[in-house]
Structures are given as structure tokens and as C-alpha cells.
Design a protein around this ligand. Structure first.
Ligand SMILES: [Zn+2]
Ligand SMILES: [Zn+2]
Length: 330
């Protein structure tokens, strides 16, 4: 279903106040969310957790999003304080109050983790692989306690000292270990831009990891548009989005596609740089995002912005822009 056009004053007076509407702010996030109810696309953004993890839900609602991503704790520390049970309860309550399906919430793993880290990198007591494996278990446990079913992370990096094949083995080892230790959260690998020695720029590398995981029902993939473009998928070409999804289906399988990161790219196609740009302001451009928003294979999965979101073109505006790209005739 296509989203409706702008709210009229008439509609507003028929339905006053309920969503905190004011004269100054004629279309709150809640109103915009209501307008797109029943739409098959779930567009949102990565939101902060400052002040309490449950605040992520309110932030998403305020920006008119219908899906969101969040970190599960500080990006600076390997060891985090235990998740407070009242905070977890509040998070679940907020999700249910605003009718978020867990399948539309995509926690993002810590940037500290490198599940492909070679042993050679360890400095006696500082083994990044061991610490990454432990953090993966911790983060999956947090997901379960928050009622979440997906968990997205960057596969890892060989740091140039082991082969890609060896690196994918280590990543799969960490995932198998974490699956054993935790209940049924789906681990979602993110495609990478092909920068440096990161693994996951090629779909075949994601497949190589999945193939080595025992419980493949707990595996998924999140495709980042900026990373795909930087890795060489020309989304600006006629049919470029379809071609990428066709190739993904052939090499990995669409059943694994659990989410999209919607980012424009500062760099050109094939640049291998992981540099996100606001929607329509980079080298990917609006026509490709129109194709994405109208692609039926991307129905009912979270489509998450991770763009700079500059003042005047923040997430709320970018979400509204993306919803406006729907083909109204459909
Ligand atoms: Zn990411
Ligand atoms: Zn990125």
C-alpha cells in the first residue's frame, strides 16, 4: 500500500491530541507512522540508547520510523554492566505499546568485535578473538532478554595475516560457540565494502561463513547499500538493485536476507570505502533508492538508515523522503 499524502487540517481536528500533535508541529512521528500503517516497507534508522535502552523506541517513533537499529551497550568497552531487568522490561513494554515486531528491530553489534581475528594479533593476555567470542555471547543474551530475535554484526577482518578462508572459519567458530551458549537469536552477517582486509565484501564470503555454521536456521544477512555499492555493485545502473538481489539469491539465498542498511555513499562505485552519505546526496542517488523502496523482495524486513543525518535533513526527513518514493499506482 502506498503512503497517503500529507495530513490535512480536517483530519487533524477529527483526531486531536492523541499523538501529542500541536499547531507548531502538524505531523508528529506518530501521525506519520499511522499514515503508513499496512505498508509492506519498514523504514527506520539507527537510534541512540542514551538515558536508557528503552528510549530507542521513543526516538524511532518520534522520527516516524517503523523499524530501528540500536547498539546494546557502550562501543568503548569489552565488559559492560549487566542489563538491568527493569530496563529490559521497559524496553519490551515500549516495543509492545508502539506495536514493533521484533523482526523489525535490528541490534547492531559492537565495533570492537573481530570474530575473524587471527591468533597472531594477540598480545599475551589480549586475545581479540576470545574477547570477541565472549562479547558475541553476551550480546546475544542481551537480545533474548530484550525480546529481540535478530542480531547484526560485521563478520570480521583477517588483518592481512591469515587467508580469507581461515578468517571465515574463525568467524563460523565464534558463531557456532555463541549459538550453543544462547537461545534462538538469529545472527545476521553484514556485507562489507571490501575495505582493507575485512571479510564480507563478496557475497561468496558471506556464504562461506554460513556454510560452516551448524544451525543455519539461525543465520541471516543484512545488505548495506553503501557497502554493496563500494564493493562494486552498481546500484545506479538500470536494474542495478534487481541485479544485486538476483546475485545475492544465486550466491547466498534470499531466505537469508533479514535486513537492509539504507545508506548513500560518499565514494564512487567500487571504491571500497565505507563512507556513508545522506539519502540522495551521494553517488547512489534517489533513483536507486526508489527501486529499493519499490522492490517486493524487500517487503517486511527492516530498512535502516545509518546516514550522517545532517541538520535539516535528519532521519525524520529522510524516512519521509523514502516513503514518498513509493509508486502510488501499485
Ligand atoms: Zn554495520
Ligand atoms: Zn558502513
Amino acid at each position: 500500500m502506498a503512503p497517503k499524502k500529507r495530513e490535512t487540517r480536517k483530519r487533524k481536528t477529527e483526531d486531536p491530541g492523541e499523538d501529542g500533535d500541536t499547531e507548531k508541529e502538524p505531523r508528529s512521528g506518530e501521525v506519520r507512522r499511522r499514515n503508513i500503517r499496512g505498508c509492506s516497507k519498514y523504514i527506520g534508522a539507527h537510534v541512540g540508547i542514551q538515558g536508557g535502552i528503552w528510549k530507542a523506541v521513543d526516538s524511532c517513533v518520534a522520527m516516524g520510523g517503523t523499524s530501528f537499529a540500536l547498539f546494546l551497550g557502550s562501543q568503548r568497552s569489552w565488559k559492560r554492566p549487566a542489563l538491568d531487568s527493569s530496563a529490559a522490561d521497559k524496553f519490551r513494554e515500549q516495543c509492545s505499546l508502539h506495536t514493533f515486531d521484533p523482526a523489525h528491530i535490528l541490534p547492531h553489534g559492537s565495533y570492537l568485535m573481530n570474530c575473524g581475528s587471527p591468533k597472531e594479533e594477540c598480545k599475551l593476555t589480549d586475545d581479540v578473538f576470545e574477547k570477541s567470542q565472549a562479547l558475541l555471547v553476551d550480546e546475544l543474551s542481551r537480545c533474548s532478554r530484550l525480546g529481540l530475535t535478530l542480531y547484526n554484526f560485521h563478520p570480521g577482518s583477517s588483518l592481512g595475516t591469515i587467508t580469507t578462508e581461515e578468517c571465515t572459519e574463525k568467524i563460523a567458530t565464534a558463531i557456532n560457540h555463541a549459538h550453543q551458549q544462547t537461545p534462538a537469536v538469529v545472527t545476521v552477517l553484514e556485507n562489507m565494502s571490501g575495505q582493507g582486509s575485512t571479510v564480507g565484501g563478496k557475497f561468496s564470503e558471506l556464504k562461506a561463513i554460513i556454510d560452516k555454521v551448524r544451525d543455519q536456521s539461525r543465520m541471516g544477512v543484512c545488505l548495506d547499500t553503501c557497502h554493496a555499492f563500494a564493493a562494486g555493485y552498481d546500484l545506479t545502473a538500470e536494474g542495478g538493485v534487481k541485479a544485486m538481489l538476483d546475485e545475492f539469491d544465486q550466491q547466498v539465498g534470499l531466505k537469508y536476507l533479514k535486513a537492509i542498511h539504507l545508506n548513500d555513499s560518499k565514494g564512487k562505485v567500487g571504491c571500497n570505502l565505507d563512507r556513508h552519505e545522506d539519502i540522495g546526496k551521494g553517488h547512489i542517488g534517489i533513483p536507486a533508492f526508489r527501486d529499493i523502496v519499490n522492490e517486493p523482495r524487500l517487503d517486511n524486513i527492516p530498512l535502516i538508515l545509518e546516514t550522517p543525518g545532517r541538520p535539516g535533513f535528519e532521519y525524520a526527513e529522510q524516512i519521509e523522503l523514502l516513503y514518498s518514493l513509493f509508486d502510488k499506482k501499485k
